[in-house]
Design a protein around this ligand. Structure first.
Ligand code: HEM
Length: 322
């Protein structure tokens, strides 16, 4: 739980609460430094919902959706005066053994569907409309793997907030009224050393993750000398309030090239909550006792965005056109 509950999802929030899908594309682009490119990009953002309808209507059971996130630098280029309180670039982290890089990104498109071909078709038309004014920085096609497992073999996403806890954790509230209903989004693309992971005996893997592997039962490690990933990613304030985020991680990879990855994506009402999770994972709690998941998972990217409500996006579209 994170502060006051929403009694409903604000109606013009983007589709952050869309159900976890079988396929997704994570697309990160930068926007060229000229007004023409900027105006074009924002006119495409203005028509994003229509494009979802156009492509998605071809198979409604495919449940196509797309969330657009805007990076701090791009936001500044359009509107310096009003911006989400916590929005800033991803801050790199240097831990005792592992570091998290910060990589560029003006826009994130999180495209989800039950059908990979719908994701592909949507992305193809989207990039075509964005034109030469954008540069693709990163593009990952993810897939749901067996019982929502990551490529390390563990079920990923279990502790996600559901019901009314979902908007309360993932959507900005009255603390930043101009941007209520929006969401901070952090992405990191991880590559796994699967061979090294497979050499770790399953009982130790379970201690590292904080859940059993086959049946996904949470392991209580409050008194363990070294905290698990699950415990390091649990954020509790001085008053005992727990702060969740919404994750929609996806496996990706190309077995023939030895590429095995997890695309981490977290939506949060407060950016500081994800930052705190990352601090605890990389620096450790106590400092030095970092997340051993990182011994076999190397982040290749790290970028922060804000996914505004449709009405906040409209204001940006107007500002970009002026
Ligand atoms: C290599 C990348 C990652 C993998 C494979 C991974 C995998 C997992 C798995 C298997 C769980 C336990 C099941 C669940 O509740 O979902 C978990 C929990 C969690 N992870 Fe990750 N994770 C990764 C990165 C991250 C990052 C970067 C963050 C945050 C910045 C994060 C935040 C969380 C949170 C909040 C939980 C739930 C903790 C709880 O039980 O309350 N994870 N993760």
């Amino acid at each position: 739980m994170s502060g006051k509950n929403w009694d409903r999802v604000p109606i013009d929030a983007q589709s952050i609460d869309a159900p976890l899908s079988s396929a997704a594309i994570f697309l990160v682009v930068t926007v060229a430094d000229d007004r023409g490119a900027l105006a074009k990009v924002f006119s495409v953002l203005d028509g994003l919902d229509d494009l979802v309808k156009t492509v998605g209507f071809r198979d409604l059971s495919g449940r196509l959706s797309c969330i657009a996130g805007i990076g701090s630098d791009l936001w500044d280029r359009v509107d310096k005066d009003t911006r989400p309180k916590e929005l800033k670039r991803f801050e790199p982290i240097k831990g005792p053994a592992h570091a998290a890089p910060s990589t560029p990104g003006d826009l994130l498109f999180h495209i989800r569907s039950e059908r990979p071909d719908l994701c592909f078709e949507f992305e193809r038309i989207l990039l075509d409309s964005l034109g030469a004014g954008v540069t693709v920085i990163d593009e990952v096609s993810g897939f749901r793997y067996f019982d929502a497992r990551d490529l390390l073999g563990f079920v990923d996403g279990t502790a996600n907030p559901t019901g009314l806890d979902l908007p309360a954790s993932a959507l900005v509230g009255e603390e930043d009224a101009d941007f209520a209903g929006g969401s901070y989004v952090v992405v990191q693309k991880y590559l796994h050393d699967l061979g090294a992971w497979q050499r770790i005996p399953t009982p130790l893997q379970e201690k590292i993750i904080g859940r059993t592997k086959i049946d996904n039962i949470e392991i209580d490690d409050d008194d363990a000398p070294r905290k698990s990933h699950k415990s390091l990613a649990t954020i509790v304030d001085a008053d005992g309030n727990e702060f969740d985020i919404l994750r929609d991680n996806m496996p990706f990879g190309r077995a023939g090239r030895g590429e095995f990855g997890t695309y981490f994506i977290g939506y949060s009402r407060y950016l500081w909550v994800i930052e705190k999770m990352l601090q605890r994972m990389y620096i450790g709690d106590p400092p030095g006792a970092y997340d051993r998941l990182l011994d076999v998972s190397a982040p290749q990217t790290g970028t922060t965005f804000f996914a505004p409500t449709r009405s906040a996006l409209q204001k940006l579209v107007q500002a970009a056109g002026n």
